[in-house]
Design a protein around this ligand. Structure first.
Ligand code: CA2
Length: 143
């Protein structure tokens, strides 16, 4: 099984600012954490991070026919991007949404998720562990 892990804008800045909301660990630490989870389960993982909406759409399209699952934290694009929603629907690869913070308890604009409309499950508010939950969801349902 091959999983693509997509992280959206500013998540490359993890650990640098706002540790109270997003934790104090870096993006490299997140990649290491998810890599370990995937290795533990004997599955392959690829990672993609971009600050650009179109680049994320391109990465989703490139996963078509190649990846068996997508774990996606679209970051701010969660709440705005119909293009990412449409790309997820177009490739029809099982996808799971992750948020480090509990978006349901934050500002009202963070409680709308376009990408989530194309995802089978959402894990929010669990920090890095939400990515483990998403990977294990995909293994359980599509492995
Ligand atoms: O909780 C999440 O994972 C979010 O997807 C993070 C996004 C936010 O726009 C979503 O509403 C919820 C923001 C990511 C910004 O990451 C930062 C990292 C370091 C310093 C500042 C921001």
């Amino acid at each position: 099984m091959k999983i693509l892990v997509i992280n959206g804008p500013n998540l490359n800045m993890l650990g640098i600012r706002e540790p109270g909301i997003y934790g104090s660990q870096s993006y490299a630490a997140l990649v290491a954490f998810v890599s370990d989870v995937c290795a533990h389960h004997g599955i392959e993982a690829e990672f993609f991070q971009s600050n650009h909406e179109g680049a994320i759409v391109d990465a989703i399209q490139a996963a078509y026919g190649v990846m068996d699952g997508i774990v996606i934290n679209p970051a701010a694009y969660t709440h705005t991007s119909v293009a990412i929603l449409d790309a997820l629907k177009a490739v029809s690869i099982p996808a799971v949404e992750v948020h480090l913070s509990d978006v349901s308890a934050r500002e009202p604009f963070r409680q709308v998720s376009y990408a989530g409309m194309a995802c089978e499950a959402t894990f929010a508010g669990h920090g890095f562990d939400g990515y483990r939950m998403a990977v294990e969801y995909l293994i359980e349902h599509h492995g």
